[in-house]
Ligand binder design. Structure first.
Ligand code: DHB
Ligand code: MG
Length: 222
């Protein structure tokens, strides 16, 4: 059996064993596919991993950069304590309208603020308004991975947890000669990470239904 096939089958096995039927997220996945959105949402197990981190850390103010159809936004919003909220960003207006419909249908519209437009502009506005976040999921255009991490660190407090998606990209990130913008953006993020102080950092390489990729984790310690 091809490794990619094993990864996908194992993902399905773990999903069946560990997760319960989830009509809310299943409806979002279905609507997003029907609307023709790119299949780049996190997997169900990854969505639960993000929700886990939010519950574990007690995060109340969550920022997502890159909403797509709202799958991870809703998964994370459900993990929030009473009074918690999540801001998310989507650059594409048509994608944002699919996401907003999904969010409204999920019943979590009251705590999700979808900002339509370039993520960096939404981040600047939030920063200017004095926003602070406890948990951040960076999952937009990978070209700006470093810029998003840098801006996010300006809106962090000691203990803020930041997760950056797609940091392996099938191993393409190893290629120092790559001309691919997303690879360059992720490599730029890692070069920036080398300069950081007062931030605990680690990474998880992942395999599964979405192939070989990974997430970097940052925790601000001071
Ligand atoms: C891509 C983007 C993602 O956020 C992801 O999780 C997987 C792939 C992409 O742009 O290829
Ligand atoms: Mg992603």
């Amino acid at each position: 059996m091809q490794l990619a096939e094993t990864f996908a089958k194992m993902d399905a096995f773990l999903e069946r064993s560990l997760l319960r039927p989830d009509p809310v997220l299943e409806a979002i996945a279905e609507n997003s596919e029907k609307a023709g959105l790119v299949p780049h949402a996190v997997t169900p197990l990854q969505a639960e991993f993000l929700a886990f981190l939010i519950r574990l850390s007690g995060a109340k103010r969550v920022l997502e950069i890159g909403c797509l159809g709202g799958y991870s936004a809703v998964a994370m919003a459900r993990a929030l304590p009473e009074g918690g909220y999540l801001m998310t960003t989507e650059i594409d207006t048509r994608t944002a309208s699919v996401a907003q419909a999904n969010i409204d249908e999920s019943g979590f519209g009251h705590c999700i603020d979808l900002q339509i437009g370039p993520a960096m502009e939404a981040l600047e506005r939030a920063h200017d308004a004095g926003a602070v976040f406890d948990f951040v999921f960076i999952d937009a255009d990978k070209v700006n991975h470093k810029n998003y991490l840098e801006k996010t660190l300006q809106m962090a407090r000691p203990g803020t947890l930041i997760v950056a998606d797609n940091i392996v990209r099938g191993g393409d990130v190893l290629d120092a000669e790559s001309g691919e913008n997303s690879v360059l953006g992720v490599r730029e993020m890692f070069a920036f990470a080398e300069t950081l102080e007062g931030v605990e950092m680690t990474a998880l390489q992942t395999v599964g239904a979405k192939g070989y990729d990974g997430m970097a984790l940052f925790r601000v310690s001071k």
